[in-house]
Ligand binder design. Structure first.
Ligand SMILES: *[C@@H]1O[C@H](CO)[C@@H](O)[C@H](O)[C@H]1NC(C)=O
Ligand SMILES: *[C@@H]1O[C@H](CO)[C@@H](O)[C@H](O)[C@H]1NC(C)=O
Ligand SMILES: *[C@@H]1O[C@H](CO)[C@@H](O)[C@H](O)[C@H]1NC(C)=O
Ligand SMILES: *[C@@H]1O[C@H](CO)[C@@H](O)[C@H](O)[C@H]1NC(C)=O
Ligand SMILES: *[C@@H]1O[C@H](CO)[C@@H](O)[C@H](O)[C@H]1NC(C)=O
Ligand SMILES: [Zn+2]
Length: 524
């Protein structure tokens, strides 16, 4: 970075990377009004062309769709500006219903959104479905451990590790079973009406979030339950007009009713076969899914060594289904990437792609904050969150140069307490300068979202500001395909399929707002 003085012209030079086209005022010149207005127009025009997606050229039909979209958006922005009541500024869990009523949201629901690239296996599907479907399956037991964590498990005959009770028996003790179901729902979701009280800080919300994973993991890792869960989850994405997903998972072994545990390879085969079955059943509306092995980061070198050797085996056994590697968990509490650098370099040597969570932190300058640099040096194909990127100009320049996108998860960052008002999310700055990002839901099932539309709405309204239009949404869809882990030929097929869907969407845009068939998935 050059040490420039902060005059208007220098601001322009720095921000724009010395692009052509902007007229700089001559030094020492005194403006008259028309000169002044000319400068002002030039700056605004340049900024407008920098916004993500602005070099997309819209067809006449797309322009029509854009008018409809922007009429809805302008009305919502204007209303927000007048009342100072704006959905992306408020905790998602308190505005879900209002969002579902938004015209902009309804259009986004209908829009082919491409791919969702940042997701986690046990938070893919709506909690309401889990409660209404899976907890009604026979042979399901529940138990509280000494820390008051709720566990579930399917058994032929319960073991003695806990005071297991049959879920159906507990439910039948309730006069009103829906009360019991509401209790289950509260353990299988973070959804609450008063998130600001219930989750005052990042540690509280992460500890409850961990409780969520404890509750849901053994429930869905029963092999038949996992098949039903994954199949249903892919359906939620397909219903939301998402064609393709890449989901991460810690790969807890699947188990059978008699207690037999599948190996990791057998478990991944179930993931792959379930995905294939869903694609075969829905060839017109779903393209596929891939898996990123993403075990917990709060471990020692020996454990990461095990991870790496399992990763190598998986890559060999499932070259088309397993996309690569990541490490997960609350970043500030886990080990930084640098603590495992010897092991992680083995992955590069084996030519295995990595997709590290990095920079999901507000702790600038602490060791977690450097993860973003390690992720880039370890040649991550994409970076999970990258929330801290804007505080690292060198890393940011490197990401730009190597075309490494940030996987931005707006609702996740808000619910998990990195930011309150999504207009203050650093991605707003990245969008303003056209930095490569993809938008993804992270753990939609954990907080009452479903599919990608809720996050796309937040991104459109909060990151894009008043000016981002259809080109922004189109670019995000294109990015989500372009930055997938698919090989070029398969990626081209996906892009082709998306373009078909996109053209259908654009053609029917004029009737979109009149139609009522775009009701989002209902939750209890
Ligand atoms: C403003 O100044 C420019 C020179 O910088 C001159 O060409 C122009 O005529 C002036 N306009 C007015 C309205 O005085
Ligand atoms: C356990 O159940 C699975 C699936 O039903 C079956 O394949 C396996 O043979 C059983 N194992 C034992 C030890 O009964
Ligand atoms: C792993 O080993 C390296 C030395 O090779 C050490 O610096 C690092 O702290 C170790 N990581 C952990 C998590 O203990
Ligand atoms: C990352 O990629 C660069 C450029 O392709 C290469 O020179 C470097 O060795 C790679 N580093 C790792 C850790 O894979
Ligand atoms: C995909 O990304 C590459 C850069 O990685 C870019 O050159 C290309 O134009 C992009 N494709 C589309 C369709 O945007
Ligand atoms: Zn994540």
């Amino acid at each position: 970075m050059m040490g420039l003085a902060w005059g208007v012209c220098c601001l322009l030079v720095v921000a724009a990377g010395a692009r052509a086209g902007v007229v700089h005022p001559p030094a020492g010149h005194t403006f008259n009004t028309s000169d002044y207005l000319q400068q002002r127009r030039a700056i605004l025009a340049q900024e407008q062309t920098d916004i993500l997606g602005q070099d997309q050229v819209l067809s006449a039909e797309e322009e029509e769709a854009n008018k409809i979209l922007m009429a809805a958006k302008d009305a919502e922005m204007e209303d927000g500006f007048q009342t100072l009541d704006f959905l992306p500024s408020k905790n998602f869990m308190t505005v879900i219903q209002q969002m579902e009523e938004s015209q902009v949201f309804k259009i986004i629901r209908q829009m082919p959104k491409g791919a969702a690239l940042h997701l986690h296996d046990t938070a893919l599907a709506s909690a309401s479905w889990v409660v209404q479907e899976l907890t009604y399956w026979p042979h399901l037991y529940m138990c509280y451990d000494t820390d008051d964590h709720l566990f579930f498990r399917f058994f032929e005959k319960p073991d003695t590790s806990c005071a297991w009770e049959l879920v159906s028996a507990v439910r039948s003790n309730y006069v009103d079973p829906s009360e019991f179901d509401a209790m289950l729902f509260s353990k299988l979701s973070l959804l609450t009406e008063d998130p600001n009280e219930k989750y005052p800080d990042i540690n509280t919300v992460w500890s409850i979030f961990q409780g969520y994973f404890i509750a849901i993991t053994d429930l869905v890792m029963y092999r038949p339950a996992w098949e039903a869960y994954l199949y249903h989850a892919l359906g939620e994405f397909a219903d939301d007009n998402v064609l393709y997903v890449e989901f991460r998972g810690t790969l807890p072994p699947l188990y059978e009713l008699n207690g037999t545990r599948l190996t990791e390879e057998e478990s991944v085969a179930v993931y792959r076969d379930t995905t294939q079955r869903f694609v075969n059943d829905n060839p017109d509306r779903f393209f596929g899914a891939r898996f990123i092995y993403a075990p917990p980061r709060g471990v020692d070198n020996a454990t990461v060594h095990e991870y790496v050797s399992l990763m190598k085996r998986l890559k060999k056994a499932f070259p088309d289904f397993v996309a690569g590697f990541d490490l997960v968990g609350q970043e500030d509490k886990g080990e930084p990437l640098i603590a495992f650098v010897d092991e992680l370099l083995q992955l590069s040597e084996a030519d295995i792609r990595v997709f590290y969570h990095a920079g999901e932190t507000n702790w600038m300058g602490m060791e977690t904050d450097d993860n973003i640099i390690d992720a880039l040096l370890l040649n991550a194909s994409r970076i999970g969150h990258g929330y801290a990127l804007v505080k690292h100009p060198e890393a940011k320049a490197l990401a730009r140069e190597r075309d490494v996108p940030m996987e931005v998860c707006p609702i996740s960052n808000q619910v998990l307490k990195l930011v309150e008002d999504l207009r203050n999310h650093p991605a707003a700055g990245l969008v303003a300068e056209g930095f490569p990002i993809v938008v993804s839901p992270d753990d939609p099932g954990a907080w009452g979202a479903s599919g990608l539309s809720y996050d796309m709405y937040e991104a459109f309204m909060a990151f894009g500001g008043a000016k981002a239009d259809l080109r922004f949404l189109k670019q995000l869809a294109i990015n989500s395909i372009n930055y997938s882990s698919l090989d070029d030929v398969t990626e081209y097929d996906l892009m082709y399929k998306w373009v078909e869907k996109w053209n259908e969407f654009v053609a029917k845009a004029p009737t979109l707002l009149a139609e009522k068939h775009c009701q989002p998935h209902r939750r209890s």
